[in-house]
Design a protein around this ligand. Structure first.
Ligand SMILES: [Ca+2]
Length: 246
């Protein structure tokens, strides 16, 4: 009996399939070192801690900015994110001039939760408040303000090179009420002018899809082999008893 118990125990243990967590977001940690998986409108890239901000996970973080030769005019960024201009003006941060957006399409189940880490950097703090640069995220046509020059609190101690302050990392979540395919986007804009850089740094963008069963092919053969041993030993034991009784 003990032998059979342990054989069965081992067989069941080996039969347990491995599980892995799938994610609806592609390259949400930017660990490819690129913006692979994201549609870019403007000036953005994956950056290491060399920019003076450390990623919240891994070696890379996403970086999009408001100023520079490769930024795009606001209408182009807004169109790329798939949101109406009214959604951006509705944020109340001012009329955007130029900046950058990244986005990607995701398919989610009802109740799935988008989570991400963000940090807003700006060099507008020494400028008049008219220049209210801001950062936001978008979900299928709706926009949500993350930070602005006038509305956020900035840490101005040892700011990253080229900036006067940073909000520091914060985590934001969004729960999808209904299943479907959505565009998730991030953007940052200059307000009032096209100079004095601000940037939105992103990391650990994730929409966990729950545990997915990943069958381990070798486990089935292990189970078959162990069951064969159990059956063989049982047959041998019975046969031995029969011989003793005869
Ligand atoms: Ca990362």
């Amino acid at each position: 009996m003990p032998l059979r118990f342990w054989s069965a125990f081992v067989a069941l243990t080996l039969a347990l399939p491995a599980t892995a967590t799938a994610d609806a977001i592609t390259n949400g940690g930017f660990e490819t070192g690129t913006l692979f998986g994201w549609t870019l409108a403007g000036s953005g890239s994956a950056k290491t801690s060399a920019i003076g901000v450390s990623p919240t996970a891994g070696s890379y973080q996403g970086y999009i900015e408001t100023t520079g030769n490769f930024t795009a005019l606001a209408p182009a960024v807004v169109a790329s994110l798939g949101v109406p201009g009214s959604a951006i003006s509705g944020l109340g941060a001012g009329t955007p001039v130029n900046g950058t957006g990244i986005s990607q399409s995701v398919t989610v189940a009802a109740g799935d939760v988008l989570s991400f880490d963000w940090n807003f950097l700006t060099s507008e703090l020494s400028q008049p408040s008219t220049y209210n640069d801001f950062a936001f995220f978008t979900i299928n046509g709706s926009a949500f303000l993350l930070a602005s020059r006038n509305g956020s609190t900035f840490n101005t101690v040892s700011p990253p090179a080229g900036f006067e302050g940073q909000t520091g990392w914060a985590t934001q979540t969004y729960t999808f009420a209904s299943a479907g395919t959505y565009t998730v986007g991030y953007g940052t804009f200059n307000v009032g002018d096209a100079g004095h850089n601000s940037a939105l740094v992103l990391d650990s963008i994730t929409i966990p899809e729950g545990a997915v069963v990943v069958p381990n092919p070798s486990s089935y053969w292990s189970v078959c082999a162990l069951l064969a041993i159990v059956v063989a030993l049982d047959w041998k034991r019975r046969r031995y008893r029969e011989i003793l009784q005869s």
